[in-house]
Design a binder for this molecule. Structure first.
Ligand SMILES: *[C@@H]1O[C@H](CO)[C@@H](O)[C@H](O)[C@H]1NC(C)=O
Ligand SMILES: *[C@@H]1O[C@H](CO)[C@@H](O)[C@H](O)[C@H]1NC(C)=O
Ligand SMILES: *[C@@H]1O[C@H](CO)[C@@H](O)[C@H](O)[C@H]1NC(C)=O
Length: 308
């Protein structure tokens, strides 16, 4: 499969340089430890931390998985994390890294998902992304990757502003999800979200409908995390200065936040080129092309600016 892919184009150095400048604040923020940003959800004994507090390891075994979530919730911004996924025969293991609005309003939730579906040793991981607005998802895309995500840390990022949501892998835009000028029911725009991650057993669906089962003799399965960045509008901080029910002022395009300025409202030429390369070579499944599930494509499908 690898051999049949085109040569990857040069990664968009423009974007990397731009992001490095834009993210200066996040990156330079005096190395807060992981525990400053996150709290553990579930079995605390299934989380380990590196000696310097900068890397977290989530363990899945035959008893339980575990997760964490940010203490803050955010409305728009740039969210990025470096992850190294569980290897060693991880079929059935799913690592989710996602954003979701208030968990106590789950049926109405907005959500942006990366899900990493493990595989047998030597077989490729799949990345699944999805977008929910008010509890309605069904917008899955699946991609393969151009590297082994269990061998090293790679960055997985989401840009979210009122014009677009973009999923990035190592700064390469693998999926764009654009808002339209008209009022619509597909673009998450009202609800602040937390950032979550978790590792769990999903061998009932993740392995081509449950074909392969998790091999518990290979447990524990471990996903590793570091370098979290939320260069974003933090709801909690903002709400202190304004009524909690109205959006914080940082959520408006006031001119101060790079992630909600014209250059962040659409992919640039280099990003569109990368995105087209991804579309040609790495897409395994796209709900926009699934005429069995959706006899006519959903409204948002027509808004993409790149095609293969
Ligand atoms: C879970 O794994 C442990 C260690 O491999 C093993 O001793 C135990 O029997 C397993 N429990 C179940 C319910 O499979
Ligand atoms: C695979 O297992 C070995 C031995 O337990 C461990 O050192 C290594 O970190 C594991 N690799 C991954 C990618 O989980
Ligand atoms: C696992 O590997 C097989 C064989 O290469 C592939 O067909 C499948 O899509 C991969 N991913 C999952 C989640 O099964």
């Amino acid at each position: 499969m690898m051999g049949s892919r085109d040569q990857r184009p040069l990664v968009t150095t423009v974007m990397i340089v731009a992001a490095a400048v834009f993210c200066f604040r996040g990156a330079s923020a005096a190395d807060p430890s992981f525990g400053d940003n996150f709290e553990i959800t579930g079995a605390e004994d299934h989380v380990k931390t590196s000696a310097d507090g900068q890397t977290w390891f989530l363990y899945l075994d035959n008893k339980t998985g575990v997760g964490f979530q940010t203490k803050e919730k955010y409305l728009f911004g740039w969210f990025s994390m470096n992850l190294k996924l569980a290897g060693n025969d991880s079929a059935g293991v799913v690592t989710a890294y996602y954003m979701c609005s208030d968990v106590d309003a789950a049926p109405e939730r907005d959500e942006l998902d990366f899900e990493f579906l493990g595989n047998r040793t030597g077989e490729p991981y799949i990345i699944q992304t999805n977008v929910y607005r008010s509890g309605v998802g069904g917008r899955e895309m699946r991609h393969s990757l151009w590297f082994d995500p269990t061998a090293d840390f790679h960055s997985y990022s989401i840009l979210w502003n009122p014009k677009q949501i973009v999923f990035f892998v190592d700064k390469v835009p693998i999926r764009e999800y654009r808002n339209s000028d008209k009022p619509n029911k597909f673009f998450p725009i009202m609800k602040p979200m937390y950032v979550f991650s978790s590792i769990w057993n999903a061998d009932d669906w993740a392995t081509r409908g449950g074909l392969e089962k998790t091999d518990w003799t290979k447990a524990p399965f471990i996903s590793s995390y570091r370098d979290f960045t939320a260069d974003a509008c933090s709801w909690g901080t903002a709400a202190a200065a304004s009524p909690a029910t109205s959006p914080p002022s940082c959520a408006a395009a006031t001119g101060n936040s790079w992630w909600d300025q014209p250059p962040a409202w659409a992919l640039d030429d280099a990003q569109r080129e990368d995105s087209a390369w991804v579309a040609r070579n790495l897409v395994i499944y796209d709900y926009c092309d699934d005429r069995v599930r959706y006899p006519s494509p959903s409204e948002e499908c027509a808004l993409r600016t790149t095609s293969s």
